[in-house]
Write a protein that binds this ligand. Structure first.
Ligand code: SF4
Length: 487
């Protein structure tokens, strides 16, 4: 059942687990948060929450479901008073989608109220949690983010900021964090900068968000990316930037450019749309094919397909039409209906593709189930040949940095070589972009194997941090997916 909650029937994609936004110094901060979260809905669709501060009290509304449904009532918005607020979208596929895990999380610490929301995953959260529980901490959720609250609460440093830095120094993994205190807002990106975070300005207010689209939607100006390892403190005295973690070579997530971020976002100084188009150019250079048309799997394959078509001189056509009205489940399907699922979301444009040789472009292959159905759909509609080109290298490894990946045994590329995948998906040819091709699309000469410029672990298995919980415990990929019996 859980698989149906976000994308009914079949949703063979990796998923971001979260998007965050914080607003400091704007009237109706919660409304700006809600609009920003709406623009970030693609990063998490299970639940959304906002905490605001009105100078005296904190106000929180958290609920399962989409942003539009959670913040559409005047009563809810009227309760979220104040000129400061943080908000969060959450994605999770396991049963642990209970309200108590929905962020922002809030605690009354010795120093006062403290709200926090987090995009990423703490890869030593289970170890830290066990240590904290042994020392008497009582957890309210199974969210890895709550570990940070307890580390702050138990730190022996004097000021809240020092306690927070002390907490983060014990944490491994990926985090783009926003915190709200009685003093102001804190934003922090982990030293490797795995997950994105940007800073913007709306008149006198500051906005910090996962992607620039959250700034665009409220007419805010993009100032810059929050730097990897940077901690920003915004109070009535202004904005302060700190570097408490030392400097290491950043390794931002390369998959943000392939799929996660919206194409109209700018991630770490690069237009996501332009990178995706360039990926298509690289793919056409590496794996050319004679065909009548280039067809994207909409919407995620579209920019790469445009780049491929332009580079190859083959017409770009919308050979598959996507329904924009497939949202949350409206019926609970049995197996028989579930197998029809892909047609609910995509339909072949038969008049266009009948008798034609097609280059089919998708961003990635995860389990391969959707690819199999889409190829069959094109064949049923009369396609003479289907040549599949994938705008990333084979996804062979799980992500431990805040992206919901199926376990390795379910990743098609972890179990088959390219030729076997071609047979399985039933295409005439299949090719993936090389890892160096992906780096070239990002403006690099190639991947620097000695010091990679990005996290690309789901393609290469080269994880940029220790994976303490994976090494020490037999557990699911991420704490957010841990059943209570494990605690
Ligand atoms: S493992 Fe893949 S999805 Fe996860 S952070 Fe690294 S590049 Fe991104």
């Amino acid at each position: 059942m859980d698989d149906f909650t976000t994308n009914p029937f079949d949703d063979d994609k990796l998923h971001e687990e979260c998007g965050v936004i914080g607003v400091y110094g704007a009237e109706g901060a919660a409304a700006i948060c809600a609009l920003g979260l709406h623009a970030l809905q693609h990063r998490g669709q299970e639940a959304a929450g906002i905490t605001s501060f009105d100078g005296k009290e904190f106000h929180t509304h958290r609920a399962m479901g989409h942003v539009a449904g959670n913040f559409d009532s005047d009563g809810v918005m009227a309760r979220l008073k104040g000129e400061v607020g943080i908000g969060h979208n959450r994605y999770a596929t396991t049963g642990e989608t209970a309200l108590r895990n929905v962020q922002p999380l809030f605690a009354e610490l010795a120093s006062g109220g403290f709200a926090i929301c987090h995009n990423g995953n703490i890869s030593n959260a289970i170890k830290l949690r066990k240590d904290l529980v042994r020392r008497g901490s009582i957890f309210q959720s199974t969210s890895d983010t709550e570990v940070i609250i307890h580390l702050v609460a138990t730190s022996t440093y004097r000021t809240l900021l020092d306690k927070f830095i002390d907490a983060l120094k014990q944490v491994e993994g990926a985090y783009s964090l926003l915190c709200l205190t009685g003093e102001g807002m804190i934003a922090c990106r982990d030293p490797l900068g795995v997950r994105p975070l940007v800073l913007g300005r709306l008149n006198d207010a500051y906005i910090v968000a996962s992607e620039t689209v959250a700034l665009d939607v409220v007419g805010a100006t993009f100032l810059r990316s929050v730097e990897p390892g940077e901690l920003i403190v915004i109070t009535a005295r202004g904005l302060r930037s700190l570097r408490p973690f030392g400097v290491v070579r950043p390794r931002p997530c390369i998959f943000e450019h392939v799929y996660f971020s919206r194409p109209d976002s700018v991630v770490d100084g690069r237009s996501v749309y332009q990178v995706r188009k360039q990926i298509g150019v690289e793919l056409a250079r590496e794996s050319p094919v004679e065909a009548d048309m280039v067809v994207p799997v909409p919407d995620s394959g579209t920019p790469a397909a445009i780049g491929f078509a332009q580079a190859a001189g083959i017409p770009f056509e919308l050979g598959i039409i996507r329904s924009h009205y497939v949202g949350r489940t409206f019926i609970q399907p049995g197996d028989q209906i579930r197998n029809l699922g892909v047609k609910l979301k995509h339909n072949a444009n038969r008049a266009l593709i009948d008798g034609k040789k097609i280059v089919l472009i998708d961003d990635s292959i995860v389990r391969g189930t959707t690819s199999l159905k889409i190829v069959q759909m094109l064949r049923d509609a009369g396609a003479e040949e289907v040549h599949m080109r994938i705008a990333s290298p084979p996804t062979r490894h799980s992500c431990y940095y805040g992206v919901d990946t199926p376990e390795r045994s379910k990743l098609l590329a972890a179990n088959m070589d390219v030729e076997r995948m071609r047979e399985y998906i039933k295409v005439d040819s299949l090719a993936f972009l090389s890892i160096d091709g992906l780096y070239r699309a990002l403006g690099e000469d190639m991947r620097d194997d000695a010091a990679p410029q990005h996290c690309d672990a789901c393609f290469t298995g080269d994880y940029p941090t220790r994976l303490t919980d994976q090494e020490d415990f037999e557990v699911p990929d991420q704490l957010s997916m841990l059943a209570e019996r494990m605690i």
